[in-house]
Design a binder for this molecule. Structure first.
Ligand code: ADP
Ligand code: MG
Length: 378
């Protein structure tokens, strides 16, 4: 066990890292962040910022010497860097799991190998593979295998010609072609798996995306039809990966009732932010607990909750590029709301700037509060 007062390390400097720092610091840890940017959401709250590239071996050694354990806040951290760190300290999640999850081709093959269904797809590493893809995959979505996020690196394609064009525009990098599915809803399961293999699973979240970016997450106290299946699928994936850390599994529910896995994130997830105000333990505290070898916390939901993402767009209420500070006092005056802003210097459209958790005694109350927030931030 790594005792409070000692150092924990983090690869990455975004908002997920910032919220990890806050949670680890609440438990009494000090946190060192490795991030190439000169400032950022995590670096500005960390106890130590090592400003260096993620592959910089000297910087990695410095991080590993300072910290007894290191975690990551983004899936595109070089797996090789996690291996370098692992020669000196505990690394959760491990390079083997991150390596699978950061490549959509390996990720889908792995999920299917665990007996869990994924969206119909074809791996596309060349024009030839694209030309031999089944006609059933059209209309579809071409997604770059690596480095995509928030709907970036994706193109909706109606036929093979459009797919070939998109493939060329992506620089002919490896991609997956997925059938465009008629989604009834999207779900996600965030869980923590400890060093001893014990798991704590957060309640299943219902998610609404807009333009490929998460907009709203909703949870009620009662389980619903898909709860058990989604939970079991997420657990099977975590066990199959021998995962250590916090993991998110995103699901599609189709109109015919099929439950498919969309993708996995090897870290806390935007759709798990509700846990910060609505659960006994937050997903970020779980991340710290796993790496420190502490017992996992309870994931029990204390109240119905609606999580609203705040994108940079709300700073631009008119079409012109004139910035207006949103009405935070108004948001905070609404009962049951908790505001989390990431301290980003610049508000840009489609950039994640913060989120609001709206809790209520009933889901209807939480939804009512969320509607008031949306009204203020429009
Ligand atoms: P990202 O890595 O950017 O989160 P995703 O693959 O999760 O990429 O896609 C983002 C969103 O786009 C999904 O949450 C979903 O709303 C929509 N989407 C992605 N793939 C499909 C699909 N095959 N059919 C229908 N909608 C999809
Ligand atoms: Mg996604």
């Amino acid at each position: 066990m790594i005792a409070p007062g000692e150092w924990l390390g983090l690869m990455g400097g975004g908002q997920l890292g910032r919220m990890f720092c806050h949670a680890a610091q609440s438990l009494g840890y000090r946190v060192a962040v490795l991030d190439p940017a000169s400032e950022g959401p995590a670096a500005s709250v960390a106890d130590l910022h090592i400003q260096a590239e993620y592959e910089d071996e000297t910087a990695l050694l410095k991080l590993a010497q300072r910290c007894r354990a290191v975690t990551t806040e983004f899936e595109n951290v070089p797996a090789r860097s996690l291996e370098v760190l692992a020669a000196h300290c505990r690394v959760t999640p491990g390079a083997h799991a991150v390596e699978i999850v950061q490549d959509r081709i390996a990720e889908k093959a792995f999920i299917a190998s665990q007996g869990v269904a994924v969206a119909p797809y074809a791996a596309v590493r060349s024009e030839a593979e694209l030309c031999s893809a089944s006609a059933n995959l059209f209309p579809g979505i071409l997604k770059v295998a690596r480095l995509g996020y928030d709907g970036k690196g994706q193109a909706r394609v109606r036929n093979a010609d459009e797919a070939l064009k998109a493939f060329a525009e992506f620089g002919s990098v490896p991609c997956v072609l997925e059938a465009m599915l008629d989604l009834k809803e999207e779900l996600s399961v965030v869980l923590a798996r400890g060093l001893d293999g014990a798991c704590e699973v957060f309640p299943v979240a219902r998610n609404v995306h807009e333009q490929g970016i998460l907009a709203v997450t909703t949870l009620d106290l009662e389980p619903f039809a898909m709860t058990e299946r989604a939970t079991q699928a997420a657990l099977a994936i975590a066990r199959g990966l021998k995962y250590e850390g916090v993991l998110c599994v995103e699901f599609f529910v189709l109109r015919d009732g099929q439950l498919l896995v969309n993708e996995i994130a090897p870290r806390p997830h935007n759709s798990g932010h509700f846990s910060m105000n609505a659960c006994v333990t937050s997903q970020f505290e779980q991340q710290a607990r796993v790496m420190a070898g502490l017992p996992l916390g309870s994931t029990r939901l204390l109240a119905p909750v609606v999580m609203l993402n705040i994108l940079g767009d709300v700073w631009y209420p008119t079409v012109e590029d004139v910035q207006v500070e949103p009405n935070w006092a108004g948001v905070l005056a609404i009962g049951g709301t908790s505001l989390h802003l990431y301290g980003k210097r610049e508000a840009r459209r489609a950039r994640k700037m913060g989120h609001v958790n709206c809790t209520g005694r009933t889901l209807a109350q939480a939804v009512e509060a969320a509607n008031q927030v949306v009204g203020l931030l429009r």
